[in-house]
Design a protein around this ligand. Structure first.
Ligand SMILES: [Ca+2]
Length: 367
């Protein structure tokens, strides 16, 4: 822990040391994943992700806000009767860490959830050169609303360390982790201490693409492309993993009516969501010629709250970490050609209207 703590204090050292740990521990982690294959994997697509309605799902959300992250966080923070959000952990991704961390704190203030700590995490990917998506999310990560400096500061401590300590102390298979950005924080925690797997119930990630093709390169989706080595660690972890890829998010689109319904809630959260989406969807509508815009990250929380709205199948996924045209591609064995063991539930269909109905109902519960 001391090594981790010290190394993370210094970003330059941190990246070097993460690289070293990745290169020296990668083999061990793989071996560990084989041992972990005895963990229960979901074989059906029933509503088993959500616990009984009375039990709160303990949840950590790792995020790089990001317009669609904001919608995801508002949705999660609105569901106090379903989700016990332990913390938001931030990572560099859509924009630099200082902005993603500030934006996460902004959402916490909009949602009036001072009880949820925000821990800043990795400011760089594990190995690759950092990339951002300012052309989609604006230079500071969110457009369409007034940016402000939130009152409540970041929690003391670093996100990777928080993940390690929290997951080691957690009851076995109790914590759900949602990743909405590059998976650097989770991967570094898994490398630093594979024992943390014990505390994880499942991982739900927004990322990857198969049928849809990529959105940052022809082959790769942004979150995976931004840190393919981290995604590789997560896919090889042996942990129960549900993937919300572009294959489904590019089908679950906004419409002017859906955004207007959010605005018509009449509260602050509805207005913020509508203003952000109005600004955000414009890019994707133009870029992809879609009739509306996807709200990628929010889909993960929709899945968590109502898994019965989604369909997909268990597959084997490998991440291409070789530099070249398919760098960061999620290679999905959808038809089980290789007979490699299933390591992820790959979601391909969702109930779009059901999702926007849920979003509207939930945001009405916020200020
Ligand atoms: Ca994101």
């Amino acid at each position: 822990m001391t090594t981790l703590k010290n190394s993370l204090l210094d970003d330059a050292v941190s990246v070097q040391s993460a690289r070293r740990r990745f290169l020296t521990n990668g083999g061990k982690l793989l071996a560990g994943s084989l041992l972990m294959s005895t963990l229960p994997m979901h074989t059906t697509f029933a509503a088993d992700t959500a616990a009984a309605p009375t039990a709160l799902v303990p949840l950590i959300i790792d995020t790089d806000p990001g317009a669609d992250d904001v919608i995801a966080l508002l949705l999660a923070l609105s569901a106090r009767d379903r989700l016990d959000v332990k913390a938001l952990t931030t990572v560099a991704g859509n924009v630099q860490l200082r902005y993603t961390s500030r934006n996460a704190r902004m959402v916490r203030e909009w949602a009036n959830r001072p009880d949820v700590p925000v821990y800043a995490g990795s400011s760089r990917p594990m190995l690759r050169t950092p990339i951002y998506a300012a052309e989609v999310h604006g230079a500071e990560g969110v457009t369409g609303v007034k940016i402000f400096e939130p009152k409540q500061p970041l929690a003391k401590g670093q996100a990777v360390q928080y993940l390690i300590e929290t997951l080691l102390a957690a009851k076995p298979q109790s914590i759900t982790i949602v990743t909405l950005g590059p998976q650097t924080n989770l991967a570094m925690a898994l490398i630093e201490n594979p024992e943390i797997k014990r505390g994880i119930k499942e991982i739900i990630m927004m990322g990857g693409a198969h049928f849809n093709g990529g959105n940052i390169t022809p082959a790769a989706e942004f979150n995976v492309f931004a840190d393919p080595h981290a995604a590789d660690v997560v896919f090889k972890s042996g942990l129960p993993l549900t993937v919300i890829p572009l294959d489904v998010t590019h089908k679950m689109l906004t419409s002017p009516e859906r955004i207007e319904r959010l605005r018509k809630i009449g509260n602050q959260a509805g207005k913020i969501a509508a203003d952000i989406l109005d600004a955000y969807v414009e890019h994707d509508i133009k870029q992809y010629g879609l009739p509306g815009g996807p709200v990628h990250d929010a889909t993960t929380i929709g899945y968590l709250l109502k898994p019965e709205m989604f369909k997909g199948r268990m597959v084997n996924v490998e991440v291409d970490t070789r530099e070249g045209p398919t760098f960061g591609e999620t290679v999905v064995d959808y038809y089980n050609a290789t007979k490699r063991p299933e390591n992820a539930r790959w979601v391909t269909e969702g109930d779009t209207q059901g999702f926007f109905d849920l979003l509207t109902t939930q945001l009405a519960k916020l200020p």
